[in-house]
Design a protein around this ligand. Structure first.
Ligand code: UDP
Ligand code: MG
Length: 139
C-alpha cells in the first residue's frame, strides 16, 4: 500500500469535552502526518451536504443538529494505508462495539456522539478533502 491521505473530523462532542489535544496526540503516535488542520463551525447546509449519503436515514436530522452544535477540527492525515488505518484507530461507529484503545472506545458517548469522523474509501476521501481544504491549505 502506498502513501495515502484521508479526511478526519474531531467532532463537536470531543472538542467541547477538551479531548482535541489527546486525539491529536493519538494521531501523531499512530504515524500520521497532519497535512491540513483547522477549526470550523459547520452550517446546517454544510453538514447536510457532507452527510448527503445518509439523508434518508432515521438518524440524519439528529446527526446534522449534532455536527452543527459547536466547533469541530477538520484534518487531512497522511501515512501508508491512511484510510484503513485511521478507521482502525477510530474504532467502530458504535462505541459499545469499539475495540479497546480506539478513540471511540475512549471518548465517544454513543453511536451519534462518537468523537471522530474518517473517510471510508479513496473515492470518499477525494470528495471530503476538497470539501474543507483548498490546495494552498494542504502542506
Ligand atoms: N450515526 C448515528 N446513528 C446511527 C449511525 C450513525 O447517529 O445509527 C452517526 C454517527 O455520528 C456516525 C455518522 O452518523 O459517525 C455517520 O455514519 P456512518 O455509518 O458513516 O459511520 P462512520 O463512518 O462515522 O463510522
Ligand atoms: Mg461513514
Amino acid at each position: 500500500m502506498a502513501i495515502q491521505q484521508t479526511f478526519a473530523i474531531i467532532k463537536p462532542d470531543a472538542v467541547a469535552s477538551g479531548h482535541t489535544g489527546q486525539i491529536l496526540g493519538i494521531i501523531e503516535k499512530a504515524g500520521f502526518r497532519v497535512r491540513g488542520m483547522k477549526m470550523a463551525r459547520l452550517s446546517r447546509q454544510q453538514a447536510e451536504a457532507f452527510y448527503e449519503i445518509h439523508r434518508e436515514r432515521p438518524f440524519f436530522t439528529g446527526l446534522v443538529a449534532f455536527m452543527t452544535e459547536g466547533p469541530v477540527v477538520v484534518l487531512v492525515l497522511e501515512r501508508e494505508d491512511a484510510i484503513k488505518h485511521w478507521r482502525e484507530v477510530m474504532g467502530a461507529t458504535n462505541p459499545a462495539q469499539a475495540a479497546d484503545g480506539t478513540i471511540r472506545k475512549k471518548f465517544a458517548k454513543n453511536i451519534e456522539r462518537n468523537a471522530v469522523h474518517g473517510s471510508d474509501a479513496p473515492e470518499t476521501a477525494a470528495v471530503e478533502i476538497p470539501f474543507f481544504f483548498n490546495m494552498a491549505e494542504l502542506l
